[in-house]
Design a protein around this ligand. Structure first.
Ligand SMILES: [Zn+2]
Ligand SMILES: [Zn+2]
Length: 471
């Protein structure tokens, strides 16, 4: 058509500018340089660039200040990490590429393109082999790629429990320097390793707490953590996957890191139901304590009940008293509880699933004791009655107090002041009777609210579909 050069794409421009950066760079400057190469007519081209940085596989990461970017190649350059050798690896003389080199091996490189060197910088003959692993239930044995290092392992007398310390020489090219560290040497560095692990775990967790969603992608999070660590090129702690897996706050899902108590819809499907922590115990000193909650309808906060329940009592007990307090059906529908957990020091919350309770007092959340949920005054739970109609209640813990002698918990100890409405039939006959029903059929037919008392409901609307009114 024309002899003009084919215009550069946004991704090409991002890659080109990233390759030119020599350190952390202000986001604005980066965007300006990309736009110089990629003159876009889009309405908000900067937003597209930010979008790719956030969710794409761009070769650079955004630091938590959200104002600075750094190329992955620079964030990882010279970084040292530890591979703990399994029995299989030590005995047969290879290093599994995954998960050992996850993130460290540039995903755009084939493993065969990687180059390994020894401590002195001499190339190690690098061969990629396929290693047979155990059985996946339905697939039978499967194979995974590994770097074969039999001779080097043999010469170094590498054993199970030893570590290979790896230095990322060049992330772009896939160049790594390997050192063998015998297990006894690792033992001399216990404290240093523990300190490094703690620093790394806290960095991952801070990034997770600050993230918009409740998971962070390792492709971005791992280089970011190395960019923030105080001494990522010094003696290494444990492998980042181990650090995350050992931290009770988080878990690694393969491509992402999430909260240990959060499960994706897919995981829920696989597990069949909510994988709720089974071992939640109420500390003995909290067993008799009384937890006073203000329970309010989420979308009608003027309608509330004050409920007291003891630490050793369960979500099943709570569900039963909530149904009674809000006049929900006690014979039908599920109830479900969530805990609202503050994210970092922000005003943002995430919901931790505590499980459901069915009308028979069963369900995966039924046996959780209130005193085992780690609640402090001011903390909130959410309760949903009926997963079809989805009626939300906000339960705010007001106080943890000592029990009153002779009281029978759980109990309803307070309620909003009712603003009564009156039966229109009685009113027409000159009587003032509180309306406890709304006739839905008459309301619909007459396009207004037809409110009636129980007697008038039975007398005039017996076959009509009606709903009760709660005050
Ligand atoms: Zn009436
Ligand atoms: Zn009616």
């Amino acid at each position: 058509m024309s002899s003009q050069e084919k215009p550069i794409t946004m991704n090409q421009a991002i890659d080109q500018v990233a390759a030119q950066l020599d350190g952390p760079t202000p986001m604005d400057e980066f965007i300006r340089r990309v736009l110089e190469l990629w003159p876009s007519k889009a309405k908000n081209p900067a937003a597209s660039i930010r979008q790719r940085l956030r969710y794409g596989d761009a070769p650079l990461v955004t630091l938590p200040d959200r104002k600075t970017v750094i190329p992955v190649a620079l964030a990882l350059k010279g970084v040292r990490f530890r591979i703990p050798l399994s029995r299989q690896e030590a005995r047969r003389g290879f290093l599994l590429i995954y998960p050992n080199f996850d993130i460290f091996l540039n995903q755009h490189l084939r493993p065969e393109a990687a180059r390994l060197f020894d401590k002195q910088g001499h190339p190690l003959p690098t061969q990629v082999i396929q290693v047979r692993q155990g059985h996946l239930e339905s697939l039978g044995p499967y194979k995974v790629p590994a770097f074969r290092l039999t001779d080097w392992f043999h010469k170094r007398r590498v054993r199970r429990g030893d570590s290979i310390l790896v230095t990322v020489e060049d992330w772009q090219q896939g160049h790594f320097r390997l050192e063998h560290e015998p297990a006894r040497k690792r033992r001399q560095h216990q404290e240093e390793i523990a300190r490094k692990n703690r620093e790394m775990a806290d960095l991952f967790f801070d990034i997770l707490e600050a993230a918009y969603y409740e998971e962070i992608f390792t492709q971005q999070a791992v280089p970011t953590v190395y960019a923030l660590m105080s001494d990522p090129r010094g003696y290494p702690g444990d492998h980042w996957i181990q650090v995350v897996e050992q931290d009770p706050r988080m878990r690694w899902t393969g491509g992402a890191i999430t909260y240990s108590d959060r499960f994706s819809p897919l995981e829920r499907m696989l597990f069949g139901q909510t994988p709720v922590p089974q071992e939640v115990n109420c500390p003995p000193e909290l067993a008799r304590k009384v937890y006073r909650f203000k329970a309010a309808l989420r979308y009608r906060p003027g309608l509330w009940r004050r409920i007291e329940i003891q630490g050793e009592q369960t979500l099943a007990d709570f569900d039963a008293i909530l149904r009674q307090a809000f006049e929900h059906d006690t014979l039908d529908h599920l109830g479900g509880f969530w805990k609202r957990a503050r994210r970092g020091k922000s005003k943002r919350f995430r919901k931790v699933d505590l499980g459901t309770v069915d009308p028979f007092g069963e369900g995966e959340g039924a046996d959780l004791p209130i005193g085992g949920l780690g609640l402090q005054p001011g903390d909130q739970l959410e309760y949903v009655y009926d997963f079809g109609d989805w009626i939300e209640h906000l339960l705010t813990l007001e106080e943890i107090a000592d029990p009153e002698p002779g009281a029978d918990y759980p109990q309803i100890v307070g309620r909003n002041r009712p603003r009564y409405r009156y039966c229109e039939t009685c009113k027409a006959e000159g009587r003032k009777t509180v309306a406890t029903w709304i006739c839905l059929e008459c309301s619909n037919a007459e396009q207004r609210e037809v409110l009636i008392c129980e007697d008038c409901l039975l007398a005039n609307h017996e076959t009509h579909y009606a709903g009760s009114i709660l005050y």
